[in-house]
Ligand binder design. Structure first.
Ligand code: UD1
Length: 417
């Protein structure tokens, strides 16, 4: 079991280039099964989830190599349409293969993805979307099979703007006959990136980034080379790290427009943020001010994936702040761990009340999921003394060696095996 040992209290300084976005790279890799040929996907981060996706693609018959941030993927010999159970169980994002495999081969079988540490994660919107396009869905003993000789474009209304369902429906609809319109679509930047990738392959999609996406079906797509957008959650994590540990850092390969909600909030707490093209400069010299309330919500609202890191930032603020989590229930697992470090947080009905303390103190804590784990690392940077974060395997799912990234910014953090 690997751990991070962090000596807190050292201000950050230096420059870091932000990795490519995991949540953009995963659907893009799945979408590659829509065409035959040789793809090059640049800035695909070296993460466990990406490696699992590559293993799944290989099990389906593709040839894939991931080296120096580029996935070279030959999809010509894909023939299998059953996503292997063991790999399906390792990563929820394997459900991204439903839409593209169904679209290309007329059939796909998956096992139902299991639960998850951050709450129940349903797939009903994925299923009803594919069904509306004409797929026949059969569920037998935990296996779900989708079949369709020809999908047909239609209007699909999502009762919640689910990121994954929007992406799955987009990928399924590219070969559908006629036009598909997704209403109340998710507007996340990763969906725009998927649209750009599919359009580069020859698809005809418009509207990503708004709540209505239209997809005109086409009859063929081609393999392409493509660069994935920078990871806005990793960018936000480092912005908050600088706010927590204080100091002055520069982040390159960023898209500040993807972080408007966070930038607004962090600035209002007293952190100086300057943006210039793809560069962000973050300067913090004092304890932040508290904030009345933050409500997580789909993009462009405050991202649920930065809620835990934001809570750590506010745990040492001057005054009391409120955070309401509306996207995933059960996403406050970090609260108990933060209490061990001296934080004063009370949770009731999906809302956390955070009374800022002068300083957290180092402790042994456990990463329960990806973002909660990153938050505990940030807490360690700001705390007095030594913090040991256990179960860092969760953090490695989304951050390309977070320990190395923070060392580039001058943090005292060591990985121990
Ligand atoms: C994606 C991100 C994840 C992020 C989340 C919300 C990827 C790989 N992951 O996850 O990091 O935290 O967006 O920004 O991109 N829901 C349903 N039925 C469905 C699908 C979702 O009820 O069929 C609910 C979920 O239970 C949850 C909410 O919708 O409460 C948001 O889920 P969704 O937007 O689908 O998130 P993911 O695509 O799973």
């Amino acid at each position: 079991m690997e751990t991070f040992t962090i000596e807190g209290g050292r201000p950050l300084s230096g420059t870091l280039r932000i990795q490519g976005a995991k949540n953009a790279a995963l659907p893009i890799l799945a979408a590659a099964v829509l065409a035959e040929g040789q793809f090059h996907i640049y800035d695909a981060p070296h993460l466990k989830d990406i490696e699992v996706m590559i293993e799944i693609l290989s099990a389906l018959g593709a040839k894939a190599v991931h080296a120096d941030g580029c996935v070279s993927l030959d999809t010509t010999s894909i023939s299998v349409t059953h996503v292997p159970d063991d790999l399906m169980g390792q990563m929820r994002s394997s459900i991204f293969l439903m839409g593209p495999l169904l679209a290309r081969f007329g059939e796909v079988t998956i096992s139902r993805p299991g639960g998850c540490a951050i709450g129940e994660r349903r797939i009903d919107l994925h299923l009803s979307g594919l069904s509306a396009l004409g797929a026949k869905i059969e569920e037998v003993e935990g296996y779900i099979t989708f079949r369709a000789t020809q999908l047909r474009g239609t209007n699909i209304f999502l009762s919640f703007p689910s990121v994954g369902a929007t992406e799955n429906i987009m990928m399924a609809a590219v070969y559908a006959k006629g036009t598909t319109r997704i209403c109340n679509a998710a507007r996340e930047p990763e969906i725009v990136d998927l649209q750009n990738f599919l359009n580069a392959m020859g698809a005809r999609i418009r509207g990503a980034g708004t709540d209505t996406i239209e997809i005109d079906g086409v009859s063929s797509l081609r393999a392409v080379s493509y660069r994935v957008i920078p990871d806005r959650i990793v960018t936000g994590t480092h912005m908050l790290a600088a706010g927590i540990a204080q100091g002055h850092i520069e982040l390159t390969n960023t898209i500040p427009e993807h972080l408007t909600a966070l930038i607004e909030v962090v600035r209002s707490c007293g952190v100086e943020i300057k943006t210039h093209h793809d560069i962000m400069e973050i300067k913090s010299t004092a304890r932040p001010n508290a904030i009345d309330r933050i409500i997580t919500s789909p993009f462009p609202g405050f991202p649920t994936d930065l809620q835990a890191q934001m809570m750590v930032f506010l745990a040492q603020a001057r005054g009391t702040s409120v955070i309401k989590e509306t996207v995933f229930e059960g996403r406050f697992k970090h609260v108990n761990e933060l209490a061990r470090m001296g934080a004063s947080i009370y949770v009731d009905l999906g809302t956390a009340f955070i009374r800022g303390v002068d300083r957290l103190s180092g402790a042994a804590v456990e990463a329960t999921d990806l973002r909660a784990g990153a938050a505990l690392v940030l807490a360690g940077l700001g705390a007095e003394g030594t913090t040991v974060v256990e179960e860092v395997c969760h953090i490695d799912r989304g951050y390309e060696r977070l320990d190395w990234q923070l060392q580039q910014l001058g943090a005292n953090i060591v990985r121990k095996t």
